[in-house]
Design a protein. Structure first.
Lengths: 119, 119
C-alpha cells in the first residue's frame, strides 16, 4: 500500500537523539529520520555513501580537515571511507539516505550504536 | 570534495518541467530535482522503486485505483511495477530518490523521455 509519509509527523514521534528510524525503503536503500543534538562519535562507513538532508535546524558535520555546515534545505553526501562527526549545538532534524546495510556509527561499535527500526 | 547542496538554489536553475536533474550520488542511487507542472505520462519502472519528496507545492500521483496526494514535506515510495502518473495543477518542486538506472518515463519511450543530467 502506497501511503504518504509526513516528515513533521514522523519527527514528532522520535524521542531519542542519534537513533535513526527507517521511514521508507527504495530498493536496497533506506530513508531514515534522525534527531541530533550534541556531539556524535568520529566514524566512517566502509562501503556506504551517506546523504544528510537538514529538514530543521543547522548541522555541523566535522571532517578531518574542515567543518561542513548544513542549513535547513541543504544536503551533502559523505562518501564511503571519509571520517566524519556530526555536531549539533541545537536540535536538528535530518533525513538520511543510505544503503540498508548502513550502521549509524559505521566502523565504530560503542554506546552510540543503534539498530535502526521502522517508525 | 564534499560540498553542501542548497535545494532552493538548485531548483532556481531548472528552467524546464519534467526534466529531472541529478544533484547527488549515493552509491548507485541518484538524488534528482525536478519541477513538475501539468500531466505526465502513465508509466512504471520495471526494477526501480522511486521516492517522491515534495519540497514545494502539492503533487498528485495518480495510481490506477486512486489518487495519492503529497503536500510539502511529504514523501511516498512508488514500488517497482506500479503504474503511476504525476499530475501538478500548479508548479511543484520534487526531490526524487531512485537507482541511477531509472529513466523518467520508465517503460515508456516518448516525447517526455529525458536523460538526466547533473545540475
Amino acid at each position: 500500500m502506497v501511503e504518504p509519509v509526513n516528515l513533521a509527523e514522523k519527527f514528532a514521534l522520535i524521542d531519542e537523539y542519534w537513533s535513526p528510524r527507517i521511514a521508507g525503503e527504495i530498493n536496497d536503500f533506506h530513508v531514515k529520520l534522525v534527531k541530533l543534538k550534541g556531539e556524535f562519535v568520529w566514524h566512517h562507513h566502509e562501503q556506504e555513501d551517506e546523504l544528510f538532508l537538514v529538514v530543521r535546524g543547522t548541522l555541523c558535520i566535522q571532517l578531518r580537515d574542515r567543518d561542513l555546515w548544513l542549513r535547513e534545505g541543504e544536503f551533502a553526501v559523505i562518501p564511503r571511507g571519509v571520517e566524519h562527526r556530526p555536531v549539533a549545538s541545537e536540535e536538528v532534524h535530518v533525513l538520511l539516505l543510505e544503503p540498508d546495510t548502513t550502521v549509524n556509527t559505521g566502523n565504530v561499535q560503542d554506546e552510540h550504536t543503534r539498530p535502526a527500526q521502522w517508525i
